[in-house]
Design a protein around this ligand. Structure first.
Ligand SMILES: [Zn+2]
Length: 281
């Protein structure tokens, strides 16, 4: 019933919202760059402004996020430039179901044959192409993509001896998942964390009928991420952790960086919560 209602209501909003939102996209989001060597089995294969991470294993590769639909050819070129055949990408892990990270999934899945793995709370959004929750910028649709595996908190995803752990960090979307993996570097264990976003980014914090738990979820996820051990932080928006600059400077190993990013996000969240609360109540 709820779904039928949404299906009937959304298309008009989509038509109105999509062009305006498209004009606001930063040019760096679609600016191609060559692949960037990161650390251990992880390379950066995204654009200047939107991250896609490739993790090579002995049984094929794992891709984290696909960014925007028009970026698929650039990401595919980067994967191939690293000597990985597209059909050797076996899994595509999703951070969350927003167009800037998920719109390229359908094309990447088609071209690689990989299985899409995503947080259970975002599966409906991914499979309909309609983002979850309500925002102040309307509804920006993206190509729908079938999800082969839905993960819950603590689930592990393994390929070729590499294991990623799914950490539920809902709020930004209901199925926003942080992925973590441990590598050994010169005999020392390093925790690599791919944090899901905790920015408000236009999300409606009050009266969000499609996501009533949003504020509780944000607060719990911010606390959880602030306490998570991370030696290397690789977010979906690379500038949040200066990923490309750090890669160049050799300073990707930065314990304390995740906590610093998350505490800043918490301040921003509190400010935005107060601001929206003044107008909503
Ligand atoms: Zn997002």
């Amino acid at each position: 019933m709820k779904r039928l209602l949404l299906a009937a209501v959304l298309p008009a909003a989509v038509l109105l919202a999509a062009p305006a939102a498209a004009q606001l996209d930063p040019p760096a989001w679609t600016r191609p760059i060559p692949p960037v060597r990161l650390i251990g089995p992880v390379d950066y294969v995204g654009t200047q402004g939107l991250a896609a991470y490739l993790i090579r294993t002995r049984d094929g590769a794992i891709l984290i996020d696909a960014t925007m639909a028009e970026n698929a050819p650039a990401i595919e070129r980067n994967i191939q430039a690293l000597g990985v055949r597209l059909r050797d990408v076996k899994l595509i892990l999703v951070s969350h179901a927003h167009f800037d990270h998920a719109a390229g999934l359908a094309a990447m899945r088609r071209d690689t044959g990989a299985q899409v793995v995503a947080g259970a709370g975002d599966v409906e959004a991914l499979e309909t192409g309609i983002p979850p929750g309500e925002t102040n910028y309307g509804v920006v649709r993206f190509p729908a993509v079938p999800v082969a595996r839905r993960v819950r908190d603590g689930d592990k995803v393994t390929l070729g001896g590499v294991t990623l752990r799914a950490v539920a960090t809902p709020g930004h979307t209901p199925g926003c998942f942080t992925w973590t993996m441990r590598i050994a570097q010169r005999g020392r264990p390093l925790d690599i964390v791919f944090p899901c976003s905790v920015t408000v980014a236009g999300n409606k914090l009050f009266g969000n009928a499609r996501y009533p738990r949003i504020v509780q979820d944000y607060r719990a996820s911010i606390a959880r991420l602030a306490a998570l051990h991370a030696d290397v932080v690789l977010p979906a928006h690379p500038e949040m952790a200066d990923v490309l600059e750090r890669a160049k400077a050799g300073t990707l190993v930065a314990p304390g960086l995740l906590r610093q990013i998350v505490l800043k996000a918490r301040d921003d969240f509190d400010r935005e919560w107060l601001r929206q609360g003044r107008t909503a109540r």
